[in-house]
Design a protein around this ligand. Structure first.
Ligand code: SAH
Ligand code: SF4
Length: 375
């Protein structure tokens, strides 16, 4: 995390984005006991408090001190919209006036929050409207976890022992999470921390299009679940759909995926995401090729019907094509799910999230990592 984003213009530290380790260090630096971290984290993340004066188990002197040196600043919710199918979308304004989108998808006893990691995306995948709008900047850890915080606050007060308004988090909103490594890792730590949101590591999923050096490093710092945006069974086609493939081809991506999974303490499978685009990657030979290359990768496959957007000529695969594709993979022994399109009436479906921001890259730079924190 850069210092510039941790502190505001008055030099106050935004406590919202501090992981447990950083929060403890913050209190030690103040000359206070470490256990203050658990008290303050619970107020912020579990009670949704943004005002130190509400922290009744913290002494008045410390509360006043905190108000002088720190703040709890979440994103401003500009719009809170429901889809016909119960999907909910928030537009949240971040510092500098950019806005991003966060989506909550209820499904039976689950409710999955889809969180953004960047304002825009520099990777320019041809089928993704976020990518088509360009890239502005990385979100800070506070801005990433702030989406969970702000979404949960809209349910308050609720009985924590009975209700869980958010059960899963996926980093599948705007942006490539592995190009904002440190901030994403801090935010995911908070999602899983018992003093914050306490979501199990199996229910926090990072989705990546395959930034290999960062993926190789990920296992050293976290054990979240992994989704790989594959979308094509060979390099020739993937080079076209996911331009970063020209730098990090499929065999390296699958090797890094296996490496990550084998480092986990439990047996877990990656989710292979495959957007189904009519006539492009949805033919039976693609399914057979996919079955071949995934042979040694512990995985399940998630087929995502392409969601159209105005700047794209691609069309969604027909239901028949999707079923045929699924059948071939099933016959080869794979677990295959088809993602039902949710929230498309409010432009909240996969790849439709755009927010409001200015592109700050030149198009020629698009698929070169812009703010990579790893080498
Ligand atoms: N950058 C990361 C995470 C965000 S994209 C990644 O690419 O994995 C989240 C998922 O939505 C990815 O699998 C992406 O390929 C998919 N997606 C993007 N645009 C889409 C579209 N128009 N229709 C369907 N899925 C799309
Ligand atoms: Fe970026 Fe993911 Fe969209 Fe590709 S699919 S442009 S990596 S957000």
């Amino acid at each position: 995390m850069t210092e510039a984003r941790t502190t505001n213009t008055e030099g106050k530290v935004n406590l919202l984005g501090l992981s447990r380790r950083k929060m403890e260090q913050f209190f030690v630096d103040l000359g206070e006991k470490k256990f203050r971290a658990s008290q303050v984290m619970k107020w912020i993340h579990q009670q949704g408090v943004d005002d130190f004066s509400a922290m009744s188990n913290v002494s008045k002197t410390l509360r006043e001190r905190l108000a002088e040196v720190a703040e709890i600043r979440g994103p401003e919710v500009l719009l809170d919209e429901y889809s016909r199918d119960g999907t909910r979308k928030w537009i949240m304004r971040m510092a500098e006036g950019n806005s991003i989108e966060t989506v909550l998808i209820p499904d039976g006893d689950r409710a999955t929050l889809c969180v953004s990691s960047q304002v825009g995306c520099s990777l320019d995948c041809t089928f993704c409207s976020t990518g088509k709008r360009g890239f502005n900047r990385n979100l800070s850890a506070a801005e990433i976890i702030g989406q969970v915080w702000a979404a949960l606050r809209t349910f308050m007060p609720y009985d924590r022992t009975r209700e869980k308004p958010i059960t899963n988090v996926v980093l599948m909103g705007m942006g490539e999470p592995l190009l904002n490594f440190d901030n994403v890792v801090d935010a995911m730590d908070l999602m899983m921390d018992d003093w914050a949101y306490g979501i199990s590591k199996r229910r926090v999923t990072l989705s990546t299009s395959g930034v290999i050096p960062a993926l190789e490093k990920l296992g050293e710092v976290t054990d979240v679940s992994l989704a790989i945006s594959l979308h094509a069974p060979n390099d020739e086609l993937r080079d076209q759909l996911v331009p970063i493939n020209r730098k990090y081809p499929i065999h390296r991506l699958l090797e890094a995926t296996r490496g990550y999974l084998s480092g986990l303490p439990d047996r877990r499978r990656a989710t292979i995401e495959y957007t189904m685009i009519s006539g492009v990657n949805d033919q039976p030979e693609h399914a057979r090729e996919l079955a071949e290359i995934l042979r040694d990768v512990p995985c399940k496959i998630n087929l995502i019907p392409f969601n159209p957007f105005p700047e794209s000529d691609f069309r969604r695969s027909s239901n028949n094509a999707i079923r045929r594709f699924q059948d071939i993979l099933n016959q080869q022994g794979y677990v295959v799910t088809v993602r039902t399109t949710r929230g498309d009436d409010i432009d909240a479906a996969c790849g439709q999230l755009v927010g409001q921001f200015e592109d700050r890259t030149r198009r020629s730079e698009r698929y070169i990592p812009v703010h990579q924190h790893v080498s």
